[in-house]
Design a protein around this ligand. Structure first.
Ligand code: NAP
Length: 522
């Protein structure tokens, strides 16, 4: 078949080179679709695993399930492996699958505008030295995730503090904490990982806890040489282990639904964890949350409570009132002097794609559309933003299982959309508003039945209490809903014939059959 004059492969721009961006790039390459670019604001890949280098940073899902299913790592060093090992695994994947050639580092996307006539996204990029440039793409995919912009609480007087301060996600390795008086604000997933690491070095450590968290034991240990040898020799064993972890985590979802049997078992485990390590009844009470288990992220660690038992560590529950030159002053009027303050205060999680200005049909700006809370269809598409997808977008975070599983579901769905856009020679697909509304109505109704709904503030919610970050069900259900893209929920706008997107046969066949067909030039 003669290809149309302007036939070419669709261009795909991916924003971000974390776990999502790398996964999508690999899928595109496997499908023989090479016309994609990853724009990465930093000078190396890795996303959150590049940013979070604090001492003790490690995954809080067991390692064998925290890697891609198509690139099962068999030689994890520990049950919960540390950040450098995860980052090295990401480097390995990018290298092995030839992703690096497609990444443009130090290229920060500031905005993107959709040209309806051409069916093209114009992507604005800021490069070093305040240079700007524009890229064009038929398909735009945001892979920036939910946890990439550090959040700082507003503490009056902080400017006058004469010591050093930094955020846990921007750890200042140039500051030697040995012998210093250190204040840590926050006591959640990040804080409980680095506190046991730094506590033995510092002169004194004060942890400012606003709310207690449920913490269950991690049972971390290194894999023995024999175990690692076995996994390397029998990779299927590693895969089996992976799916066992996934299955076991999946069975935890009833905790999120406040199922009495499941919740009681976990709460008992968490209460016993406190009892095992904390002798002081007053401290025990302060460490016991007043909301149902699962209402915020269930934390796992073996060393946090033992760290609190150290003589040089104190837990402070009086709220921070203000800062001064010396340190912090709590609401009860006490002064706490510090050399270093560490903000373990999490991320800006509700504004998702900000500060990027994404402009869809009719000049609509995504951030404005989301002023009452972000929403999307399956976390992937938004009405009036054609050929635009998100990975780890609104309502796709989990409280019980692996985000890698969700990411792989999303790549499959996006690939199916791309395949159909090519096969049907579409200028664009645009989610129907009624599909988005119906999806979100059901989602929010489901979310109202969760422990998140009955718990106060958390990073899963907007100020008004709408849950914008978490998926409402099991990952199995998400897989079922994303296993193929049903384009009937999208308006499909055709491309004019001379403007054929691609020498369709070659691309579509390649997409269908995968890399072998593509390599053979089928
Ligand atoms: P986070 O869960 O948002 O926790 C922020 C902490 O700062 C909370 O303890 C919060 O208290 C406290 N805080 C915020 N503002 C405060 C203020 N003004 N005064 C006192 N305390 C204040 O952030 P995170 O620990 O960085 O974790 C975020 C997410 O990242 C996790 O839920 C998890 O999904 C992910 N994560 C994963 C890993 C891993 O896989 N290993 C590690 C770290 C993080 P309140 O609870 O009262 O709000």
């Amino acid at each position: 078949m003669a290809a149309a004059k302007s036939a070419r492969a669709p261009r795909v721009v991916i924003i971000g080179s974390g776990f999502s961006g790398i996964a999508l790039a690999i899928r595109l390459k496997k499908a023989g679709l090479e016309s994609f670019t990853i724009l990465e604001k930093a000078s190396r890949l890795g996303g959150t695993w590049r940013e979070n280098t604090y001492p003790g940073a490690a995954c809080d899902l067991m390692s064998f399930a925290y890697c891609y299913s198509f690139e099962q790592k068999t030689d994890w060093s520990r049950k919960w492996s540390p950040q450098p090992e995860i980052l090295a695994y990401m480097d390995h994947c990018a290298q092995k699958y030839g992703v690096l050639d497609h990444v443009r580092f130090e290229s920060e996307v500031t905005g993107a505008r959709f040209d309806e006539e051409a069916g093209v996204w114009h992507v604005q990029v800021r490069r070093p030295g305040d240079q700007t440039e524009e890229l064009q793409a038929e398909v735009l995919v945001s892979c920036v995730g939910q946890l990439h912009r550090p959040a700082f609480p507003k503490i009056s007087g902080l400017d006058s503090f004469e010591g050093e301060w930094f955020h846990s996600a921007q750890w200042n390795h140039g500051i030697d904490l040995a012998g210093k008086r250190v204040g840590v604000i926050g006591n959640a997933a990040s804080a409980i990982q680095f506190i046991p690491e730094i506590a033995p070095q510092v002169e004194h450590l004060t942890i400012f806890q606003r709310s207690a968290n449920w913490i269950v034991p991690r049972g971390d240990r290194a894999y023995s040489e024999a175990e690692r040898r076995r996994f390397r020799r029998f990779p299927w064993l590693a895969k089996l282990y992976r799916w066992m972890i996934w299955g076991r985590q999946e069975l935890m979802f009833p905790v999120i639904l406040e199922n009495p049997r499941a919740s009681q078992r976990f709460e008992q485990l968490a209460r016993q964890n406190i009892a095992d390590h904390v002798a002081d009844p007053e401290l025990r009470a302060a460490l016991t949350p007043d909301y149902p288990i699962g209402g915020k992220r269930i934390l796992i660690h073996d060393d946090y409570y033992p760290a609190l038992a150290r003589e040089n560590v104190a837990l402070e529950t009086s709220p921070i009132d203000h800062a001064d030159a010396e340190g912090l002053v709590t609401a009860d009027g006490r002064r706490h002097a510090f050399d270093v303050l560490i903000f373990a205060t999490g991320f800006e999680t509700n504004s998702f794609l900000a500060p990027m200005a994404i402009e869809g049909l009719g000049g609509r700006i995504l951030e404005d559309e989301w002023k009452n809370g972000a929403e999307a269809y399956l976390g992937l598409s938004v009405a009036d933003f054609p050929n635009f997808f998100m990975m780890y977008g609104p309502n796709t975070n989990l409280g019980h299982n692996s985000i890698i599983f969700m990411i792989e579901c999303q790549t499959a769905y996006i690939m199916d959309c791309v395949r159909k856009i090519i096969a049907r020679n579409l200028r664009y697909i645009d989610l129907r508003p009624e599909a988005m509304d119906a999806f979100n109505e059901e989602l929010q109704a489901d979310l109202r039945r969760t422990a998140w709904a009955v718990t106060g503030k958390s990073w899963y919610k907007t100020e008004s209490g709408r849950i914008t970050n978490n998926w409402s069900s099991t990952t199995t259900r998400y897989w079922w809903k994303t296993r193929r893209a049903d384009l009937s929920v999208y308006e499909q706008v055709a491309r004019s014939r001379p403007d054929q997107l691609t020498p369709a046969r070659i691309e579509i066949e390649a997409l269908r059959r995968g890399p072998a067909a593509s390599a053979a030039g089928a």
